[in-house]
Design a binder for this molecule. Sequence first.
Ligand SMILES: Cc1cc2nc3c(=O)[nH]c(=O)nc-3n(C[C@H](O)[C@H](O)[C@H](O)COP(=O)(O)OP(=O)(O)OC[C@H]3O[C@@H](n4cnc5c(N)ncnc54)[C@H](O)[C@@H]3O)c2cc1C
Ligand code: SF4
Length: 441
Amino acid sequence: MSRVGDIAANRLSREEYERNFDDVEPPLERKHALVEASRCYFCHDAPCLEACPTGIDIPGFIRKIATDNVKGSAITILEENIMGGACARVCPTEILCEQACVRTAQEGKPVNIGALQRYATDWLFERGIQPFERVAPSGKRVAVVGGGPAGLACAHRLSMLGHATTVFEAREKGGGLNEYGVAAYKVPQDFAQREVAFILSLGGIDLRCGMALGRDVTLVQLRRDYDAVFLGTGLAGVNALKLEGENLKGVEDAVAYIERLRQAADKAALAIGRRVVVIGGGNTAIDIAVQAKRLGAEDVTMVYRRGPENMGATQHEQDFAQTNGVRIKHWARPAQLISENGALKAVEFERTGSETGRFTLEADMLFKAIGQVFVPAPLSNGTNELLELKNGRIAVNGDRRTSLPNVWAGGDCIEGPDLTVSAVQDGKLAAHAIDRYLKQG
Ligand SMILES: Cc1cc2nc3c(=O)[nH]c(=O)nc-3n(C[C@H](O)[C@H](O)[C@H](O)COP(=O)(O)OP(=O)(O)OC[C@H]3O[C@@H](n4cnc5c(N)ncnc54)[C@H](O)[C@@H]3O)c2cc1C
Ligand code: SF4
């Protein structure tokens, strides 16, 4: 007989927790890195390079690994993508560089670009080398709001270009979703904080944590006190199911739970349901489903309202979820949350595809992973000047400039793919645009 509201911590042994949240893909050793690098054709007009949102010279860095110039390889990566270490771990390479690799079409097995990128950047990090220098100070000051991938990439490039940069970050730590969102097993061993420290080691960047725009500082102040402003505040809101009972015990927002999971020093202390239902079809849904399983949930089912080809999660991520024991059901949406004594008991679903009718899944916990939204409130700048939005996010031009003259924006708070690598590219492009603007003035 199962009991309602079976949500408990300590479902596994200590060894199981450690194994489940350790590196999902162990790093390459030198011998294997050399073998993998030798598979690269060093293509002219390399399609992998074209497919990288930050435009890393992929054949260039792989050639340097092949000749044992690992430091040079890391510099080639980091010149274009200062979060090359994080991206080596979190990028969906299967739809970016590795999908474009000519070996994918030839033999279905691309060069393992992600693993090689990690090999080179880890080498540099382990030696504590900061390979970049700042040019002479320009005397200009830039405010960056948000210490995630977009904000930190922008701050690092601005600092290299000689501008003093202050990063206002609402949370306790920098790193954004690398620290608070991405699946724990992709970035174990405090990688996000090591990367933040690496970025700050350039100098010229003052990261002020616990400082929120809209609470501790306003856009009007920043525009007045600094020569330019970059906004990289990400997505602060989440969509609701719009069903009665969203406050029931056992109904959770996936992003908030993942944040707790990422910050928990002891994963055994996290309570998880015995039977878990996840609503959504994107990467957040996959991440919470897999992590619920790895916390010891017996039964995890993801339910998505459309077909597999419509899911935001890549095929690779869907396969990964299934090999982790997650069941995926398509063409259904939640119609009713069923409770007993204030706790979730089951979820009734309505079929959305060619079949009709309803079915019920027993559940102790339900995770909502149906998308995040941009929250514009902290930006209200108390003047008549309007920061334009487009499709609910900050509107920018190709240079990532907003409708306000000295304000730029990038990352998840503007339209585009919500990926770490795209946020880094936005930050870099905005930094160069700000640099051009500051040099004119
Ligand atoms: C659960 C989850 C898993 C993901 N997994 C992957 C993955 O595997 N691979 C991948 O490429 N992408 C992944 N993503 C997406 C990726 O994390 C984001 O695209 C990326 O972090 C965006 O960077 P950003 O700097 O724009 O925003 P964020 O990383 O969200 O950083 C924004 C920062 O701004 C701060 N902030 C917000 N409001 C204010 C304010 N008012 N004042 C001051 N600071 C503020 C926030 O605290 C935060 O630190 C995932 C996202 C989620 C939610
Ligand atoms: S497409 Fe593949 S083989 Fe060609 S340069 Fe890129 S990684 Fe090497």
